[in-house]
Design a protein around this ligand. Structure first.
Ligand code: MTE
Ligand code: MO
Length: 313
C-alpha cells in the first residue's frame, strides 16, 4: 500500500488530465504569477488530482515506497543552479518555465519549434513511479507524471538516418546562476540511441506527485530514463535533434574516463573513484545492493544484447 502525500486540493486548479494540454490560460497565468514572486518559488500547481492519478498509473510503476516530496524537491542535482544538493531549490526561484518552446531538428520529416502544448498534444498524461539512481550512489523513488518519449518522438517522423536523439537544456545564465561558472560545458547535453529513446520505459516528465514539475526538478519538461544513471535524465529541455552520429554529452565531455555515453546502471562496473555495487535510498540508514539496469533489466537488457557493457559504460 502506498502512503501518498495529501496536498491541499486547490479546486480551482484541477482540470481533467486529458484537458491539460489545452490549458493555455492557466499555464500563462502561472508564468505571470511566477514573475511577480521573484525570490520565493511559487507553490507547485496541481496537474492531476490524486484520485485520477491512480487511474493514470502506468504499468511500469514500482510499488516501492515513494521518497517524500520534501526530499525529492530539496535534494537535487541541477548544476545550472549550483553544485550542492540544496542549491537547485534555493536558486531556481527566478526561472520562468513558461512560455516554453522545444526546437525539433535533424533527421525527421516534421522539424520545427513547438510550444509545450503542441509538443505534447494530443498525448495523455500517465503517472509512473520510477527509481532514480544517481552515480553518487544515492537513489529515490519518484511518482513522475509524463508522457512516453516514444509517443512524442514518433509524431515528428524521424527518418531512417535517425540513429540517435540529442537533447539540450536551456541556456539562461540570468535565471540559472550556476551557468555563470563553467563547471560543465553549457548548455547541458545528453543523448540516447534511437531504440533506447523509443523504449516504452523512457518518459518525458512534466510533473511529480501530481503537481507541475518544480523548477529544481527540471521544469517544464525533463527526461526520465530509469535504467540509466541519473545524469542521463536531462532537465529543462529546449532542443531535440535526430542525428546519424552519437551525440556529445556533457558529462562525457567533462570526464570521458568516468562517464560514458550509455551509462546504464551497472553494479559490475565501478566508477573509477568509487564502487557502484551498492546505493543508499534517500531516507534509509543501510545501503542496499544496486540492481543491473536499476531493476529494469527485463524491459531493457535486450537493447544491449550484442554489446560489451564493460567497454560501453
Ligand atoms: N540540465 C541538467 N540536467 C540534469 C542535471 C544537471 O545538472 N543539469 N543533473 C542530473 C543528475 S546527475 C541527476 S542525479 C538528476 C537528478 O534529478 P532530480 O534532482 O530531479 O532528482 O538530474 C540530472 N539532470
Ligand atoms: Mo546524478
Amino acid at each position: 500500500m502506498l502512503i501518498r502525500r495529501q496536498p491541499a486540493l486547490r479546486a480551482s486548479e484541477i482540470t481533467p488530465p486529458e484537458l491539460f494540454w489545452q490549458r493555455r490560460r492557466f499555464l500563462q497565468g502561472a508564468a505571470v504569477a511566477g514573475a511577480a514572486m521573484v525570490a520565493s518559488p511559487l507553490p507547485a500547481a496541481r496537474l492531476v488530482p490524486d484520485q485520477q492519478l491512480v487511474e493514470l498509473r502506468g504499468r511500469y510503476s514500482t510499488d516501492e515506497e515513494p521518497t517524500p516530496y520534501k526530499k525529492v524537491t530539496t535534494y537535487n542535482n541541477f548544476y545550472e543552479y549550483g553544485t550542492n544538493k540544496g542549491d537547485p531549490a534555493a536558486n531556481s526561484g527566478n526561472f520562468k518555465p513558461r512560455p516554453w518552446n522545444v526546437a525539433v531538428q535533424g533527421e525527421c520529416n516534421r522539424p520545427g519549434s513547438y510550444d509545450l502544448e503542441d509538443f505534447f498534444a494530443p498525448h495523455k498524461l500517465e503517472e509512473r513511479i520510477y527509481r532514480l539512481r544517481c552515480v553518487e550512489a544515492w537513489s529515490m523513488v519518484i511518482p513522475w507524471v509524463g508522457v512516453p518519449v516514444a509517443d512524442v518522438l514518433k509524431r515528428f517522423e524521424p527518418n531512417s538516418n535517425a540513429r540517435y536523439v540529442a537533447f539540450q537544456t536551456v541556456y539562461r545564465p540570468e535565471e540559472m546562476p550556476g551557468q555563470k561558472r563553467k563547471v560543465l560545458e553549457w548548455p547541458y547535453r545528453e543523448g540516447l540511441r534511437m531504440d533506447e529513446a523509443m523504449n516504452p520505459l523512457a518518459l518525458f516528465a512534466v510533473g511529480l506527485y501530481g503537481e507541475v514539475l518544480p523548477n529544481q526538478n527540471g521544469a517544464p519538461v525533463r527526461l526520465v530514463v530509469p535504467w540509466k544513471y541519473g545524469f542521463k535524465s536531462i532537465k529543462s529541455i529546449v532542443s531535440i535533434a535526430f542525428t546519424r552520429e552519437e551525440p556529445p554529452t556533457s558529462w562525457n565531455i567533462s570526464s570521458p574516463g568516468e562517464y560514458g555515453f550509455y551509462s546504464n546502471v551497472n553494479p559490475a562496473v565501478d566508477h573509477p573513484r568509487w564502487s557502484q555495487r551498492r546505493e543508499r535510498r534517500i531516507g534509509d540508514f543501510f545501503k542496499r545492493d544496486t540492481l543491473p539496469f536499476n531493476g529494469y533489466a527485463e524491459h531493457v537488457a535486450g537493447l544491449y544484447a550484442d554489446m560489451d557493457l564493460q567497454q560501453n559504460y
